[in-house]
Design a protein around this ligand. Structure first.
Ligand code: ATP
Length: 362
């Protein structure tokens, strides 16, 4: 059927040594990235890191100053944006205000010269996928922000493009709505099989949606990996602190055996940690995620003594800020339990963690 034909796999995108400069400023600094056919890749980074620049280069809105971009192995430098056949969704919905939902979604098909019957069928199908059928006759002004953004997504996919580019499409929406559309976009991706390049500065969004995440910092890609890998085994301190909450502990590597290291922190607390790289004995920074720390109120020789500075009740979990004797901050997230009083400032706790929950940064 048509749906099955349309769910053919998306295109591969090869970004090779791409450079984009604005005067003396380098916005894309020798970026390389291989996007697999049908993959959902998120470009994640802080404001100004070059995410939109890279997306615009792939879309063809901007010209490369170096390197090349290939789609299904073919260079696209001389193909204007509208001939690349990509679906696009931006932060602002940019719907035609005087057209109904149906007319908005039908627009790309009409421009492509599709016949009436194909257009009607495709639009109906797409409205159904995006759960917009009941709004078909409405004008954008008669719909909520979330509904308008779903129309913008419907319009971007109505031609079943092999590549969909999305630039912060959910950032104007409130959190609940954002989370529900995140799931919808994920489902949509599985259903259509298009390659999706998705830009966000929201690390939670990136973790939820992506097959792989490319983390950008100052015009460079610093890591490309699955969400789990990015979270557990960040390549740099920047990635560790940008994605999720983190404790970065200064320590000395005193011994190593394979990928397991024995370390000692400033006040002599000895613990084990995992590491991929073959680091030399010496100083290191160790990542321990706040939710990986166990706490006890009973003194324990093999745990790190800390003093509570603040404890916040967040419902299902507690967020505790504590301090070691040498003044190093330790953030702890643990499940609340009804049979235990909330820790109070000044309370002593004993913190520990497992070697496999602890990552020595390369
Ligand atoms: P944001 O999340 O804020 O959109 P971003 O990661 O998408 O950020 P870009 O929009 O790609 O970042 O911008 C990267 C850098 O390039 C920024 O420092 C920006 O000021 C600069 N820049 C972007 N467009 C231009 C331009 N047309 N002229 C000059 N500098 C530009």
């Amino acid at each position: 059927s048509d749906t099955r034909a349309a769910s053919a796999i998306g295109s591969s995108i090869t970004i090779r040594d791409v450079v984009k400069t604005y005067g003396a400023f380098t916005a894309a600094d020798h970026i390389s990235l291989d996007v697999e056919p049908g993959e959902f890749i998120t470009l994640l980074g802080p404001s100004g890191s070059g995410k939109t620049t890279l997306l615009n280069l792939v879309a063809g809105f901007q010209k490369l100053d170096g390197g090349e971009i290939l789609v299904d192995g073919k260079p696209v430098h001389n193909v204007p944006p509208h001939r690349r056949g990509f679906g696009m969704v931006f932060q602002s919905y940019a719907l035609f205000p005087n057209m109904t939902v149906t007319q908005n979604v039908a627009f790309p098909l009409r421009m492509a010269g599709a016949d009436r019957e194909t257009t009607e069928r495709r639009v109906a199908e797409t409205l159904d996928i995006m759960r917009l059928s009941e709004h078909a006759a409405k004008l954008p002004s008669q719909m909520s922000g979330g509904q308008q953004q779903r129309v913008a997504i419907a319009r971007a996919i109505v031609r079943r493009p092999k590549v969909v580019l999305m630039d912060e499409p959910l950032s104007a929406l409130d959190r609940r709505l954002r989370e529900s559309i995140q799931i919808e976009i994920r489902d949509l991706h599985q259903r259509l099989g298009s390659t999706i390049l998705f830009v966000t500065h929201d690390q939670g969004e990136a973790l939820t949606m992506s097959d792989r995440i490319a983390v950008l910092d100052a015009g460079k890609i610093v890591q490309v990996a699955t969400p789990v890998e990015i979270y557990r085994h960040p390549a740099t301190k920047f990635v560790a602190s940008f994605v999720g909450e983190s404790n970065l502990i200064d320590a000395e590597i005193v011994q190593k055996r394979g990928t397991t290291m024995t370390l000692k922190n400033q006040e002599g607390y000895v613990f084990s940690a995992e590491s991929r790289s073959s680091l030399d004995v010496g100083r290191a920074t160790v990542l321990v995620r706040p939710e990986r720390i166990s706490i006890s109120t009973t003194p324990n020789a093999s745990a790190l003594p800390v003093v509570v500075r603040s404890a916040i009740f967040l419902g299902e979990i507690l967020r505790i800020e504590a301090e070691t004797a040498s003044g190093e901050r330790l953030l702890i997230r643990c499940t609340d339990s009804a049979d235990r009083a909330l820790p109070a400032p000044g309370d002593k706790l004993y913190a520990s963690w497992r070697a496999e929950d602890c990552w020595v940064l390369p």
